[in-house]
Design a binder for this molecule. Structure first.
Ligand SMILES: [Zn+2]
Length: 248
């Protein structure tokens, strides 16, 4: 009886309460709604499946038999980073420096990403918002390391997951290249970071691979091991590129 009385009192109190209190209650309700929507969208992640192997990778045969570093590749929660809509749309942003220098920078970057084109078809687009992979001249943020001073990096590749207009789970990559990168080091960084954006989400332990974990004095070209690894990644199941389940 006492409890019931208390409840009625609380209810009466609520309707008497100030506008701020009501606003606060409404806010909590909206927050709960957002959280519920978010958690339900995760539970409808598409079942991981294998995409058809792109023809160029399917035709790729390594005559040198040099193996791969597939065991170093880490899938994220929704699977391997595999592109399934071709050509992959790339946008290279012209930096805000003097004209000649900025044009040279752009040419170097474009000529280097084209090195990957024989394995996965690429196209350059004119608008950043249309691109799957965006390349910018921008200093990457300092890398935080537990118990150590933050470390400066010359390049960084980051991803973003989103749903396309036709409900496919998709991803976008941004590659940040420090303005300090020039010449061979710029080419090596673009080659390396672009490999990450194509799906090689890990590093090689061999100095002769483009995806070697550290910068080297004489950067190597894309190696058969890089392509063997890429080919294996594209044979793995992933949720990327498949339709999101919808609640009814
Ligand atoms: Zn790397």
């Amino acid at each position: 009886m006492g409890l019931w009385k208390n409840f009625l009192l609380t209810l009466r109190q609520y309707f008497k309460s100030s506008q701020i209190t009501r606003l606060f209650t409404a806010l909590i309700f909206v927050l709960l709604l957002i959280l519920t929507t978010l958690s339900s969208s995760f539970s409808f992640t598409p079942q991981p499946k294998i995409h058809p192997l792109p023809p160029a990778l399917s035709n790729w045969q390594d005559k040198t038999n040099s193996g791969d570093y597939f065991d170093q590749i880490k899938p994220i929660q929704v699977g391997y980073f595999v592109w399934s809509q071709f050509p992959i749309k790339c946008y290279v942003k012209l930096p805000n420096i003097d004209n000649r220098k900025s044009q040279n920078w752009l040419n170097t970057v474009v000529n280097t990403i084209i090195e990957w084109n024989p394995y996965l078809p690429l196209v350059l687009v004119n608008k950043q918002e249309d691109a799957d992979i965006v390349i910018l001249q921008q200093t990457p943020p300092l890398q935080k390391q537990p118990g150590r001073p933050p470390r400066a990096r010359s390049a960084e590749t980051r991803y973003q997951i989103y749903t396309t207009d036709d409900d496919l789970l998709s991803h976008r990559f941004s590659i940040l290249l420090s303005p300090s990168l020039t010449g061979e080091q710029l080419k090596a960084s673009v080659r390396h970071e672009f490999g990450h954006a194509l799906g090689i989400w890990g590093h090689s332990n061999l100095v002769t691979d483009a995806l070697y974990y550290s910068q080297v004095r004489n950067p190597p070209p894309i190696s058969p091991r890089d392509i063997n690894t890429l080919k294996r990644i594209y044979q793995q199941p992933t949720s990327f590129g498949w339709r999101i389940g919808k609640s009814t």
